[in-house]
Design a protein around this ligand. Structure first.
Ligand code: HQG
Length: 181
């Protein structure tokens, strides 16, 4: 598969596993897993193509493992809008984390903090470069917020880290945010 075909399939897999499984007749379990064979049938793709996306995906969006029934299963590592219980343990975050977004959101975020929108968590990056890439998805100028993550954790906010290294928390109150880095 060339790069564009991989991206296309990755997007279809994201839609199926994070947002609209039911439209495809898929029923993820509580933790978001579906049988690989069911996903292949729903998307009408072969196992080789799926394995290629899972392995080559720049962000390791997907996890594949042997399920309790002995069959392979797959889930998205993060980013769901359907209810899932990822069962990630709480982790102590580093001193600082970063959030990249469109400059248009600056004033609103400074006023009200970071909200999770349609997803389960606010997504934070461990490094500025990743935050910049996330913000660039919005098109137009971007802004990077520095999040005083360790201080948040000391104040009782829970953090989780997804299997692909994205830091997750429910919300970031404005007082922990500094625009710029
Ligand atoms: C913004 C991609 C105004 C927030 C990326 C963001 C990431 C506010 C948007 C992952 C706000 C939500 C997540 C406020 C938050 N006022 N705007 N008070 N609070 N926002 O896509 O962090 O390709 O749900 O800044 O790489 O952009 O899907 O979150 O712009 O890792 O694997 O509301 O999605 O990964 O947008 O991106 P999103 P995100 P995948």
């Amino acid at each position: 598969m060339d790069h564009r075909a991989r991206v296309r399939l990755s997007k279809r897999m994201s839609l199926a596993l994070r947002h609209e499984p039911h439209r495809l007749g898929l029923t993820p379990d509580r933790a978001g897993w579906v049988a690989v064979d069911d996903l292949l049938a729903a998307l009408r793709v072969g196992r080789d193509a799926l394995d290629e996306v899972v392995a080559e995906c720049d962000k390791q969006r997907f996890a594949v493992e042997r399920g309790p029934d002995g069959a392979d299963r797959i889930r998205a590592n993060q980013g769901h809008s359907i209810p899932v219980e990822l069962e990630l343990p709480a982790e102590v975050p580093p001193e600082r984390l970063y959030h990249g977004t469109g400059a248009a959101a600056l004033d609103s975020i400074v006023a009200t903090g970071l909200h999770r929108g349609g997803r389960h968590h606010v997504h934070l990056s461990a490094d500025v470069e990743t935050a910049r890439r996330v913000g660039a998805r919005r098109g137009g100028p971007t802004v990077i917020f520095t999040v005083a993550a360790a201080a948040m954790a000391r104040d009782g906010h829970l953090f989780h880290r997804s299997a692909n290294g994205v830091w997750l928390t429910e919300a970031v109150p404005a007082r922990y945010l500094t625009p710029g880095r």
